[in-house]
Design a protein around this ligand. Structure first.
Ligand code: OAD
Length: 248
């Protein structure tokens, strides 16, 4: 694949890289996206599943759905896209991953600096006293697990509709975006706010914006370079290009 010369030049000079990722990067690991033809929100209602009131009304159903997703995520493995992103760390001064995904696959692939805007399915907390629990430590034999300290219901530590994003994660992601030379927007429809302010901030701060997606999106018009294709194929090709540049 021939990349645009302007992009090669940006890669040659860049020191700080931000990856802003969404569900599309995990498709090649077997995890569904939210929107589009086979998207989760086409078949299931977010207001019944990804919502605090829904959890209070029907905790068993919501818990069961997250348990099902946990299972899929546990069985999934990082794909060549996640692995290529982790390998970028060998070639640049700073590589930050700001992800909307809750699946932990960037961490499992070896990325070190990750900010999770929508939480992480491996973590959970008590809705009454806030005690944290890792998923493997929970007793789920009797349905929704209860807090050992206060008996409250335990929920997954993911951001539901109408909830605030974790402020520290967002602020750190925004800071990385402000000082990035290249921001890659990978596998996201880029329609969910405020997460999308991260690549917007990068662009406003002068970063070169590269979109990698199998389709064009609402966001494509902001990109300096849109690369159409699967993240698991395109990212390793970009890494090859970087290796060539570094060899000189
Ligand atoms: P979406 O489902 O909205 O978008 C997935 C994107 O991935 C689409 O633009 C696809 O074209 C693209 N795509 C699919 N396969 C791909 C591949 N192999 N390589 C590259 N791109 C591919 O998912 P997100 O943008 O992540 O929030 O959705 C954002 C948020 O909406 C999620 O974090 C979730 C959801 O509601 C919460 O749960 C808070």
């Amino acid at each position: 694949m021939e990349f645009k010369q302007e992009f090669i030049e940006k890669l040659t000079n860049a020191k700080r890289i931000v990856f802003f990722t969404g569900a599309g990067i995990s498709v090649e690991s077997g995890i569904s996206t939210f929107r589009g033809k086979d998207g989760i929100w086409n078949k299931l209602k977010p207001e019944e599943l990804a919502n605090f009131n829904a959890f209070l009304k029907n905790p068993d159903m919501v818990w069961e759905w997250y348990q099902h997703r946990r299972q899929i995520i546990h069985e999934a493995k990082p794909n060549p896209g996640h692995i290529a992103i982790a390998e970028f760390q060998n070639y640049f001064e700073d590589v930050t991953v700001v992800t909307q995904n809750i699946d932990n696959l960037h961490r499992r692939a070896g990325s070190k600096k990750i900010f999770e805007l929508h939480g992480n399915i491996e973590r959970n907390y008590c809705i009454d006293c806030g005690t944290f629990y890792n998923s493997p430590d929970l007793d789920i034999s009797k349905g929704v697990p209860k807090c050992k300290n206060c008996g409250g219901l335990i929920r997954p530590d993911v951001v539901w509709f109408g909830e605030m994003l974790p402020q520290d994660e967002y602020n750190s992601g925004e800071k990385a975006a402000e000082s990035s030379d290249i921001c890659f927007v990978v596998g996201t429809s880029a329609v969910v706010y405020p997460a999308v302010y991260i690549p917007m901030t990068a662009k406003q701060s002068g970063a070169y914006l590269v979109e990698i997606n199998i389709d064009t999106t609402e966001f494509s018009r902001y990109a300096d370079y849109s690369i159409l294709g699967e993240a698991g194929k395109i990212l390793p090709l970009i890494l090859e290009e970087i290796k060539k540049i570094r060899k000189g």
